[in-house]
Design a protein around this ligand. Structure first.
Ligand SMILES: [Zn+2]
Length: 247
């Protein structure tokens, strides 16, 4: 099994930020290094690692100072952004969408956990906006990757999801294929993709990994397929010191 999937758009010489979208198999050395709501020290490849208690919110946590291992006083949330080097941001998913972003010009990275609640609530747009407002990012410089999640092939939703989607997203018909009355197949990745483009990130800088966590039992855990949390995939991003342009 391949331990991780990479987005080729991120691994080019242009954007050499270190990142991964995890599969069932954890990336090397990360077993036991992640503690929810804490910054921990990791193996030598990852000196510091941050992971939040994910709560399906639109809360973005900003790390803009020197990193140290600590229990975060406000360790709940679903997105993180930082300009600190050698600091791995990790999100965990098992059908929800992991989203990673980097603005190499401003030296900023972000990691987002987006389920339907977070996506409909606008967590991805809010994270991009945080990069702009807090770190002076230019959206035209941001590269973003939408990782493996449950696909429209397998993600049937009901009124609990459809009603707030209708209320907050006028173009809902482009991301929801109605099946029966009050039910439909939601394309969560496409919804996020639309929101990212609406935020102003150029389309050619946005990648989408279309693998479905529900279909690909061989690669991924799926909360919906398994009916419970047997495990989660970890996705992470880190700025390595030697590859970041500083202006
Ligand atoms: Zn599927």
């Amino acid at each position: 099994m391949n331990p991780v999937l990479s987005d080729v758009g991120f691994t080019s010489e242009v954007i050499p930020v270190h990142h991964f979208f995890g599969t069932r198999q954890l990336p090397e050395g990360l077993q036991g290094s992640i503690h929810l709501g804490e910054v921990t020290t990791g193996p030598s490849a990852y000196p510091f690692i941050a992971s939040l208690k994910q709560i399906h919110s639109t809360r973005v946590v900003v790390f803009d100072g020197p990193v140290k291992a600590e229990v975060l006083s406000e360790g709940e949330g679903d997105a993180m952004v930082t300009n600190q080097l050698h600091f791995l941001l990790v999100v965990r998913t098992a059908d929800c969408v992991p989203v990673l972003l980097v603005d190499q010009e401003a030296g900023v990275i972000g990691a987002i956990h987006a389920g339907w609640r977070g996506a409909v609530g606008g967590i991805v747009s809010k994270t991009i906006q945080t990069c702009v407002e807090h770190f002076g990012s230019d959206v035209a410089q941001i590269h973003l990757s939408i990782g493996p999640s449950i696909g429209p092939c397998c993600y049937e939703v009901d009124a609990q999801v459809i009603d707030p989607l209708h209320a907050s997203y006028p173009d809902w018909q482009g991301v929801l294929q109605e099946t029966t009355e009050r039910k439909g197949m939601l394309d969560l990745k496409k919804l996020i993709w639309h929101q990212v483009l609406a935020s102003g990130i150029p389309e050619h800088q946005v990648e989408r990994i279309e693998e479905c966590t529900h279909c690909r039992d061989d690669l991924f855990y799926s909360y919906r397929r398994e009916g419970r949390v047997n495990g989660t995939m970890m996705s992470g991003i880190m700025l390595p010191a030697e590859t970041v342009k500083r202006t």
